[in-house]
Design a protein around this ligand. Structure first.
Ligand code: AMP
Length: 499
């Protein structure tokens, strides 16, 4: 179960504790707090919040009956117009915890007028990444679908003019990444002068990504009188500083310790050789018949290579990382959500905020350099109460990273042996340079499987070029050798065909 405490500041004076603090450093420098006890969320229903029938209808469409702990805590507080500092990760239901009361509060201004002036921006939700912006925007659209409220999502990497067209018609709720929002401000395609509510989602990541100056510029464009909601997975010193400068006597809401890992996620680590990692991923996916898996890689190149390797092994996979265009990232995400691909190989930044319902498994092909990213990664599974598996691979060189993670989550992760795995020499993606030099460290330790040849090399060959290169015949398996032309590689390598 998620631990929950709601801390309500009382005139910044006396503090009375009725529940133990689950997060000792979280509120040191913010304001005096009173801790309130909440009813169990299984007895609270969305109807109990006094939400409008249009919102309840949208929730019923999603079959949501009971709020998650963060929703039970935050919705009444946001409805009161209070500032909130929420410690909650993606996967706890935090998006609805701010979207639903925002929609409720804005309903007072909802209208069906065609005039853009009647639809000023009243709520601004800032997110660190395009993916999270899309995710939040999708949720807002769903929850407001039976109301006349309009929303728009703004992020970079795509043509700005389509966003400008939407803004021109007027929208009450804007979900944006800071950079693209400022582009619109500069082009005077958006006005923030009537913004009543500001949300900073995943504020810790926004600071990590260097958005503080942009955030300050944006806040300076907003009316002084407004409601502020700040959500962050962790309450670091920097986040507290941000909260102190932007929030007014916030109610602090915490769901679980910031670095706790979800109880329902089964975690396991396998020690493997660095060069065998991609093959181990294939083995895990096949032997467990996994579908809908996110595999985390520390690097863009690692993500791309692994996705390619999986595809070559007949596993439908795609990579998302910062070097992919926004359209490629959206296409990959959609394909994953639709089940057209089974595996999404992602870097941390690209995966931030991704919400894919009931993800059964995440695999860390690399342990993250930053231990907190481990918590974020495995938060992709076991979402909203569902159970999940988090599998991590590590090699000798990652020992210190594993120790950092275990220190952070305050327990040892179970070590397991890989059963039925036989590494092959062929086509692992660990270190292609080394492969080319023939320096794989398991050359002598294991007998390689037959190597599959990229289909490109098996295309029919011109009749005049009939020579057979020794090097080529070594690369073609015995059965392939009977049927396939073998001299293409020799020609490619500069060999002269015999006539
Ligand atoms: P979030 O933390 O906002 O990314 O939400 C995580 C997942 O939980 C999303 O798939 C939501 O659609 C889902 N969710 C949010 N609220 C509820 C709820 N009250 N009951 C069931 N699922 C929910």
């Amino acid at each position: 179960m998620l631990a929950l405490s709601v801390k309500v500041p009382v005139n910044g004076s006396k503090t009375k504790n009725t529940m133990s603090d689950t997060h000792p450093n979280s509120t040191d420098s913010i304001s005096a707090q009173v801790v309130a006890t909440l009813p169990s969320t299984s007895v609270v229903r969305f109807e109990d919040f006094g939400l409008a029938s249009e919102i309840l209808r949208a929730l019923a469409d999603q079959s949501y009956v009971h709020p998650t702990p963060i929703q039970a805590a935050a919705i009444p507080v946001v409805l009161q117009g209070r500032d909130v500092m929420g410690a909650a990760q993606t996967g706890t239901g935090k998006t609805a915890s701010f979207s639903l009361p925002i929609i409720q509060l804005l309903l007072a201004h909802a209208n069906t007028s065609a005039s853009p002036a009647r639809h000023p921006v009243r709520a601004l939700i800032l997110t660190p990444t395009r993916e999270l912006a899309m995710q939040v925007a999708e949720n807002v659209k769903i929850y407001s679908q039976h109301t006349p409220l309009r929303s728009a999502v703004l992020f970079g990497g795509v043509d700005i003019s389509a966003q400008t067209m939407v803004l021109r018609n007027g929208v009450e709720i804007v979900i944006a990444t800071p950079g693209r929002l400022l582009d619109h401000v500069q082009q005077k395609t958006v006005s923030l002068s009537q913004t009543q509510i500001l949300v900073m989602d995943e504020a810790d990541r926004m600071l990590d990504m260097g958005f503080l100056p942009d955030l300050q510029r944006i806040v300076n464009l907003l009316p002084k009188q407004r409601q502020n909601l700040l959500f962050s997975a962790t309450f670091s010193g920097e986040i507290k500083k941000l909260a102190n400068s932007f929030l007014t006597t916030p109610v602090v809401i915490e769901v679980a310790r910031s670095n706790a890992t979800a109880d329902k996620v089964t975690q396991v680590v396998y020690k493997v050789q660095e060069e065998a990692k991609s093959q181990v991923v294939v083995h895990l996916i096949r032997s467990r018949a996994l579908r809908q898996v996110i595999v985390f890689s520390n690097t863009k190149i690692g993500a791309s290579r692994l996705a390619r390797h999986l595809e070559q092994e007949g596993i439908k996979a795609s990579a998302i990382h910062g070097d992919k265009t926004q359209l490629e990232r959206i296409a990959a995400l959609d394909a994953f959500k639709n089940g057209d691909i089974d595996v999404l190989v992602a870097t941390d930044v690209a995966a931030r905020g991704l919400d894919i319902a009931e993800l059964p498994c995440v695999i860390n092909v690399d342990l993250p350099y930053n231990a907190e990213d481990y918590v974020h990664r495995i938060g992709r599974t076991g979402r909203a109460g569902a159970s999940g598996d988090a599998i991590s691979l590590y090699s000798d060189k990652d020992q210190a990273l594993l120790q950092d993670i275990e220190k952070l989550i305050k327990h040892t992760i179970a070590q397991a042996e890989l059963v039925g795995f036989t590494p092959s020499l062929a086509r692992h993606v660990g270190n292609p340079e080394r492969e080319r030099r023939g320096g794989s460290q398991f050359t002598s330790a294991y007998s390689p499987r037959k190597e599959k040849i990229d289909p490109w090399f098996l295309k029919p060959y011109e009749p005049a070029q009939s020579s057979v290169s020794t090097s080529t015949s070594e690369a073609v398996s015995a059965s392939d050798a009977k049927t396939k032309p073998k001299n293409k590689v020799a020609v490619l390598l500069g060999g002269t065909p015999k006539t």
